[in-house]
Structure formats: C-alpha cells, structure tokens
Design a protein around this ligand. Structure first.
Ligand code: FES
Length: 78
C-alpha cells in the first residue's frame, strides 16, 4: 500500500529504509529512498511507521527480565 503518493513510497519502502538504511525520521526515509517530501501529507504516517519499526527492532535483551527467584521470600532462619 502506498504511504507517500507523491513519491510512490510503500510500507515496504519505509521498512527497507528503517531496517537497511537506519532511517529514524521521515526525512531520512526520503533520503534513503532518493526522494524528498513534496506535499508533506505523508509525514505523520511516515513518523508512525518509523516509530513502529524502531519499536520492533528493540532487542529482547533490552527488555526487563522477570523478577524470577529474586522476588521470592528468603527462607526462614533456623
Ligand atoms: S504524499 Fe508524501 S510528499 Fe506528498
């Protein structure tokens, strides 16, 4: 589906720009796709798609670990 009508950019183009070229802002998406904003109508959608792509690339190690045994009560002293 087209995201930017002026430049015929699709969701796949935006995904490629973010994952392969590291685009983190709409302007960087345009740059990666070798085009530039014309009417600007798509910029808010581009911003959302870039954020979604960035959120999706967060590595599992960056998420907090579950408490596990650390939260278990200590055994009673004998
Ligand atoms: S729709 Fe993207 S610049 Fe016009």
């Amino acid at each position: 589906m087209y995201v930017c009508i002026c430049n015929a950019l699709t969701h796949a183009d935006v995904a490629h720009a973010t994952t392969v070229h590291g685009a983190s802002r709409p302007g960087e998406v345009f740059h990666a796709c070798k085009c530039r904003a014309k009417c600007g109508t798509c910029v808010s959608v581009l911003r959302e798609l870039v954020q979604q792509a960035l959120d999706a690339t967060v590595t599992p190690s960056a998420t907090p670990e579950p408490a596990g045994d650390a939260a278990a009560p200590l055994p009673a002293a004998a």
